[in-house]
Design a binder for this molecule. Sequence first.
Ligand code: ATP
Length: 938
Amino acid sequence: MNEKLEFDTVDQTIAKLVPNQVFEQLQTNEEGLTTEEATKRLDLYGKNTIKEKQGKSLYPLFLANFTSMLAILLWVSGAIAFIAQMPQLGIAVWCVNLINGIFSFIQEYRAGKATEALKSLISSYARVIRDGQEQQILAEELVPGDLILIEEGEKISADARLVMSSDLRVNQSALTGESHPVQKYADAVERKDLESFEIPNLIFAGSTVSSGSGQAVVVKTGMNTEFGKIADLTLNVSEELSPLQKELVRLTKQISIIAFAFGLTFFLLAIFFVKNPMAESFIFALGMIVAFIPEGLSPTVTLALAQGVQRMAKKNALVKNLSSVETLGCTTVICTDKTGTLTQNEMTVNHIWLPGRELKVTGSGFAPKGKILDNGREISAANDSALNLLVTAASLCSNAKVIPPNQDNPHYTVLGDPTEACLGVVAEKAGVRVDFLQRELPRIYELHFDSRRKRMTTIHELNTQVHGKTRVAFTKGAPKELIDLCETVNVNGAVSPLTAEFKATVMAANDQYARLGLRVLAVAVRYIGEDDQDLPADVSEYTVENIERKMTFIGLVVMADPPRPEVPDAVAKCHQAGIRIVMITGDYGLTAESIAKQIGIVRGDSPRVISGVELENLSDEELRKLLKEEIIFARVAPEQKYRVVENLQKVGEVVAVTGDGVNDAPALKKADIGVAMGISGTDVAKEAADMILTDDNFASIVQAVEQGRAVYNNIRKFLLYILNSNMPEAVPSAFFLFSRGTIPLPLTIMQILFIDLGTDLIPALGLGSEEPESGIMRKPPRNLAEPLLNKRIIFKAFCWYGILASVISMCGYFFVNFSHGYSAAGWAEKGSNVYLVATTMTLAGIVFSQIGAVMNCRTERQSVFKKGLWKNPIINIGIAAEILFLALIMYVPLLQDVFGTAPIGTKNWLLLFCVPPIILMIEEIRKAVSRRLTHHDG
Ligand code: ATP
C-alpha cells in the first residue's frame, strides 16, 4: 500500500461490506498486517494518539504567582515604602515578592512535570494479529488495516470495523453519553438511517468492551477517529485541588490575615505607645507582616505530594492524582481480593480428582515438565480415557497461552489468565498436544467466564465417524456452581446419573482441598447431537441458559496458588498501623479462610465467612454489625463489593479497595482509594481506580499507605519548621515596643527578610523529602477531621521552639551589649558598631536555632541519630548554605550595608556553634522520654 486510503469513503461503505471485503478494502487479511507493512503505515498515518491541545502557556502560570492577594499587598507595601522615601525597604519588599513568586513557580512547575511523567507511565496497549501471530503492542502504534482483538474490560484504541464477534457489548458512553452497553456484531449493515455510533459493526476509540469478545480491522487512528474529533472537549479537564491543597490555600489566607492584623496592631502601638514617627512605625509593621506570612507554603506542599507520588511509583504504586496521596495516609480498611493480590497467581495443578480416583501431578510453575501419578504409577492421557477427557475439556475451555522461554524472558510465561494457563500445562504433562487438540476440535463458540456465574463454556465441533459432525460443550468453573448443572457423571468412561450422594462426595473432596488453601475447578461436558431438540441450530443463539445444563461431571482440577512471600509482613504491618483487612474474594470460603490464616489476615480460629448469597440476605444494619468483626467475604460477585465499601464508609472508615474486572469499577469509584491491578486488571478497572499496582501485589498497597503517611507528616514537619521562626522574629520588635524604644530594635526588617527567604527555604524543602520515620506504621491512622495545622504544631512552633529561639537570640543581643559594658541603664545606640554586632547576633541566634530545629523536625519521636544525622542531603546543603549566607552578609561590605550587619568575632561564632547541639539534645531527651512512656522503640 503506497498511498493513503481515503478514510471518508471507507467510512461510508465499510459497514455494508462482508468481512472478506473489509480485509480487501483495508488491504489486509486474516493473518493481519506484516510488521513491515505496519511500519510503513505508521510512517504514513502517524501515531495513534490524540494530540494534546497546545500545553498551557507558562506565562499565565508564572504571572499568577505575582498577582495573588498576598502578592498584591506586598507590591503595594513596597510602593508605600518608596513613597515614604525608603527605597531600600521598597526594593527589599519587592525582592521578597519576586523571590517568593519565582520559588512558587518553580515548585509548581516541578510538581507538574513530575505528575506528567507519571501519566506517561500509564500507557495503554492493544492486542493485534500481525505476521499471523497474536501480539501485544502499544496502542499508539496501531495503524489502519491492523487486525485487533478485543475482550471484556479492554479499551478500544481506534475506530474499527468488526469482522468477528462473540456476544459483544460495548460501552460508548465517552462518545455518546449513553451509559448502557450496546450490542455489536460483525454482519454487514445496509441501513442508511443510522448514525455512525449506532452502526452495530463499527466500534470506536474511547469506548470499552463491557462483555464478549471480537476481532476488528482498524479503519481510523489518532485524530481521525470520532474520539479525536471530539477530544478537545475531554482534554483540559480541570485538575481539582486536593482537600489538603484547599486547606493550605485557606491556611495561607488565614495566616496572612493574622499577619496583617499583627502588623496593624504593631503599627498603631508604635505610633501611639512608643510615639515613633509614622515612617518608622510603618517599616516595623511591614516587618511583622513579612515575618508571619508562610511564603511558598502551598507550592512546596504540592511538590511534596508530587515527590510522594514519584516515590510510590518506584514502589510499584502509580497514583493518578495528588489528592490520593493524602487519602492513602488515612486509610483505615483495605478490602482486598485474594487471587493474584495476596497470592502469586502462578497456578500449578497438583492434583486431579476423577470420580473415585485421586491423581497426583508433579512439577511446578508453567513449564510443562512433570508427571501424572496414579497411586505412584505414572499414567498418561493415551492410556487413561477419564484423564484424557478431563484434560481435553479443561485445556480447550481456556483462552490463555503459555509462552516458552525466549530472548526476552528466560522462564515460561503466561498470556492470559493463569488459572486457565495451568490447565494447558497439565494437559501437556498428560501427554496431550493442546495445539493438535485445538485443530481437531475447533472452537465455534464461547460463553465467557463471568465472575458472577463463576463458569465458562466453549463449544467445539466434533467429527465422529458414527454420528458425523456434532458439537460438544466443555464447561469449567467453581465446583459448587457447576455441580448443580450436572445430571450425570462419567466414571472411567461409563456415564451414570449423578446422585445427591455422589454430589456430596464431590463437595467433600472439594472441601478437603480447599481447607489446605488449594483452588479447585470442576469440569463438565455435554455432547450435542445434530438434531438436539433442546438447542437452536445456530450456534450464535446458544446462551448460558440453554447450554449450561444437562451436563456430565468429569472431575476436579486442583491447583496451588501460594501466598506471595512478602504478604504476611505487609499484613502484620497493617495490623500494627491500625488498618483492618477485609478479604473479598470470588473463590470458595474454605480456600479463602485457609489463605487468610496462612498470611495472618485473620487471627482467630473461626472467622466469620460470609458467602455472596448470605450477603445478599443481610440488611445494611446487620452487615455493618458484622463488619466490626474479623470477616471474610467469599464467593461474592464483584458488584457486592460496592455494598461492603459503602457500609464501611457509612461507619466512618476510609476504605481502599482492590479490583480488576469491569464489574469492579463501581466499587473502585466508590472507595476512597480504588486500587486496580496493573497486570491482570482491565482497562475499565484501571480507569475507575485512583491507584494502579504495577505488580498486582498487596504489599505495594501497604507501602503506598506508608508513603502517604510520610508525605503528610513531612508537610507537617515543614509547616512546623517555617512557623518556628515567627516567634523569635516578632519578639525583638516586642522588646522594642514595650520598652517604648529604650531597647533599640534588636532585629531589623531586612534581617527578618533574610531569614524567611534566605536561610529558611532550603532546609524547609529538605523536610518535604524526608524518608518515612520508623514508627510511622505503628500508629493508628490519622483522623481525617483533624486540621493540618493542629494544636500540637501551633504549641510546638510558638511555645516551644519559638520561645527557645527567642531566648537564645535575645541572649545574643544582650550578651553583646553587656560584654561591651552596656546594661539596662543604657543600650548600645542604633547605628553604633556594638549595636550592629548585637543585632547580627540576634539574627545569627535565630539562624543557628533553626539549624538545631530543622534536625529536630526530621522526626517526631524517633531519635534523629538513629535515623542518621546527616542522611538528608538537601538539609545538609541547606545548613551549609545558611552558614555561608550568614557569613557573607557579615563580611561583604555591600551586604553589611543592606542588612545592617557587622562581623561578630571568633568568640561569638564559637558560642553560636554551641546552639544547634543544645537544641538538638533538649529535643532528643524529650523524644526519648516520650518513646519510653509509650513503649515505642524507634
Ligand atoms: P479473587 O476474587 O480473590 O480474585 P477469584 O479469581 O477466585 O478470586 P473470580 O475471578 O471472581 O475470583 O472467580 C470466581 C470463581 O470462578 C473462582 O473461585 C473459580 O472457581 C472460578 N473461576 C475463576 N476463573 C475461572 C475461569 N477462567 N474459568 C472458569 N472458572 C473460573
